[in-house]
Design a protein around this ligand. Sequence first.
Ligand code: IMP
Length: 194
Amino acid sequence: MTLLVVATGNPGKLREMQAYLSDCGWELTLKPEDLEIEETGDTFAANACLKASQVAQATGNWAIADDSGLQVDALNGAPGVYSARYAKTDGDRIARVLKELGDTPNRQAQFVCVVAIARPDGTIALQSEGVCRGQILHAPRGSGGFGYDPIFCPQDKQLTFAEMTPELKRSVSHRGKAFAALLQKLPHLNNTHC
Ligand code: IMP
């Protein structure tokens, strides 16, 4: 098994990636706690690549990172790469998006996720992207999930991300699509069994 360091300190993210990458010949582990990486990129791809690359170089192992966020059309793509930093708490971040949108009839938005895998020398081996288009509601609905889930309803669905089971969310979400695309490309790396 090849060690794959996940460029996050979040055990929840490690579990999620383990679920996506099960049976792929990787042994996933969290990055060292004292290794801090600043997300200085201005795109999701730049941030995913810099996180994967820096963790790979610092640990001398293969590394994987993802970066994701919400882009609202009527807000010119905000909060975008600032999704996690848009306000202090999930509730405050949701309130800020709803306030900025006001009664705007254009509620179109999308979640984007980019996943990158870096080789031990820091070069990027694989990159994939997933996009989930949908609508921003006028008020939150549902209690599952995290982040902006209660105000986002994917296209052609009646439920918000926060009202979906984790399995249903995975099947339509930006992150699910990014990992599905990654799995398609993994055989080309030659060190996995997928
Ligand atoms: P990161 O990819 O861990 O940097 O997360 C970026 C931020 O985007 C999160 O903190 C959330 O605010 C938001 N976000 C990303 N994916 C989702 C999702 O699936 N649901 C709700 N919010 C999300």
